[in-house]
Design a protein around this ligand. Structure first.
Ligand code: BG6
Length: 492
């Protein structure tokens, strides 16, 4: 049975920005090329700049050409794009926009369905949502949905305020809060690996698992986002959302059904079971670091404090490592270690599940330990899983086992054609599937966990470690695991 193509107008606020250009236009293009959406769609770009529709279309074309190997049917594709110069605080801007949307609804037969995608400065999220309702843009025969990019607030109080403003205009089930990690193929596969394999689920608990490590390292520095990043840091930028979402998926109980509500409610339970870290204990559980100058391959890299729009004495962390404990029956006593940072040695997102040691060592020399079994879930850049086992090599007379890898990386899935995270998320939103978006309860719980940590850091209650650009982070992060008798497993 072929599924009916979703029909909708997508209004992108911030259409002249980087996200639209790098991710959104190419994703919509791929959806069309892959026949996920048909002819019944239009994209309206709104932003302050006084562009014309022609200028906008040529910008869309450039974006596709620079990001895709093939770019056929571009003219037909861009003919669905329209531009509307916009002032977010001016009611007449909304009225004019509504006129254009009504017209396009007729042209493209989109049945009154509208997605309002906020890909712009967060200070306007509330204003825009409220004006959309006030000026009647959400009042159609079809559905209206609001897609919101991060950051969703800066801490719990600001997130709560933003949520209230948005909720005055949209119901929770119309709000799609993006966490693009949830659109990644292998993040979505965490549940499948766990719940579709008899091999793993029985072992997925504190009886058999020693610890779980989630690493998301980047080679890039802060680039031209100094102004944003100075007020964010790695904790708000990566931990509050992406890292905690991955922990929730790794730790949740099997949902009774694969519905949005059931999955979310299991994730929420994990976030509720996260052991809160009090301000005075932060340095026992979390390490913050900032990159200094360094070298990667033959490139010299400047220190964070020498980047544009960064304070010379900045205390902002570009790296976080932490130990999380989940106080429930399944996970009591199992540390979840997370680490993320910029200007590290590798671009890599990986999950390593370390199983407990076997009870007796038959195959290793006295005093040596048998390497543990590891399940590695490769999220990016390669995708797949590796299982590290121990086996004897035939030619080895010593009877000693060696670690061997059962490797399903790269060819596990048809890696090359794996859709972009944004492609999946836009498609999900068009179909009304909110499973891979963050519910307000998840956002609130994540901020409650993270806030005392940033408070402690703001008050200078923990040292800011330095690490050279191009390294895997500060030594203090290794010590965090060493204290538990553990070590970070390499990500390369
Ligand atoms: C974003 C952060 O949410 O995620 C960026 O704001 C970060 O700072 C990015 O670089 C990482 O995403 P990915 O998909 O490249 O791992």
């Amino acid at each position: 049975m072929t599924q009916e193509h979703p029909k909708s107008i997508i209004v992108i606020f911030g259409a002249t920005g980087d996200l639209a250009k790098r991710k959104l236009f190419p994703s919509i293009y791929r959806l069309v090329q892959n026949e996920k959406i048909g002819k019944n769609f239009a994209v309206v770009g709104v932003a302050r700049r006084p562009w014309t529709t022609d200028e906008f279309r040529s910008n869309v074309s450039d974006s596709i050409q620079s990001s895709m190997k093939e770019s056929k049917d571009l003219e037909e594709f861009t003919s669905h794009f329209y531009y509307h110069p916009f002032d977010v605080t001016n009611p007449s801007s909304y009225l004019e926009l509504n006129g254009l949307l009504t017209e396009l609804d007729g042209t493209y037969q989109t049945e009154g369905n509208r997605i309002f995608y906020l890909a712009m400065a967060p200070e306007f999220f509330g204003t825009i949502a409220q004006n959309l309702k006030k000026e009647g843009l959400t009042d159609t025969n079809g559905w209206s949905r609001l897609v919101i990019e991060k950051p969703f607030g800066h801490d719990l109080p600001s997130a709560r305020k933003l949520n209230q403003e948005i909720r005055e205009a949209f119901n929770e089930n119309q709000i799609y809060r993006i966490d693009h990690y949830l659109g990644k193929e292998m993040v979505q596969n965490i549940e499948v690996i766990r719940f579709a394999n008899a091999l793993f689920e029985p072992l997925w608990n504190n009886r058999y698992i020693s610890n779980i490590q989630v690493t998301s390292s980047e080679i890039l520095g802060v680039e031209d986002r100094g102004r944003y990043y100075e007020n964010s840091g790695a904790l708000r930028d990566m931990v509050q959302n992406h890292m905690l979402q991955m922990v929730a998926l790794l730790a949740m109980e099997p949902p009774i059904k694969l519905t949005t509500d059931e999955i979310r409610s299991e994730k929420v339970k994990v976030l509720r079971a996260l052991r809160a870290v009090a301000e005075d204990e932060v340095s026992q559980y979390f390490i913050r670091g900032q990159y200094g100058a360094g070298q990667l391959e033959d490139k010299q890299l400047v220190a964070y404090r020498d980047e544009n729009n960064v304070d010379d004495n900045s205390q902002t962390e570009t790296y976080v490592a932490g130990k999380l404990l989940i106080d429930n029956f399944r996970w009591a006593g199992v540390p979840f270690y997370i680490r993320t940072g910029k200007r590290m040695a590798a671009k890599s997102t990986k999950i390593v599940v370390q199983f407990k040691d076997i009870p007796m060592n038959l195959y290793y020399k006295k005093g040596e330990t048998v390497p543990p079994n590891l399940l590695i879930i490769h999220i990016q850049p390669e995708e797949g899983i590796t299982l590290q086992l121990n086996a004897k090599k035939d030619e080895d007379e010593s009877g000693i086992s060696k670690p061997v890898k059962l490797d399903l990386s790269n060819n596990f899935l048809d890696g090359i054609n794996t859709p972009e995270a944004y492609e999946k998320l836009i498609y999900d939103c068009m179909r009304g599937d909110a499973t891979n978006f963050t519910h307000w309860d998840e956002v609130a719980l994540s901020w409650s966990f993270v806030d005392p940590i940033s408070e402690a850091w703001t008050k200078g209650k923990a040292a800011l470690a330095s690490y050279p650009s191009g390294s895997m982070g500060p030594k203090e992060a290794d010590d965090l695991l060493k204290e538990d008798g553990n070590q970070w497993w390499p990500v390369n």
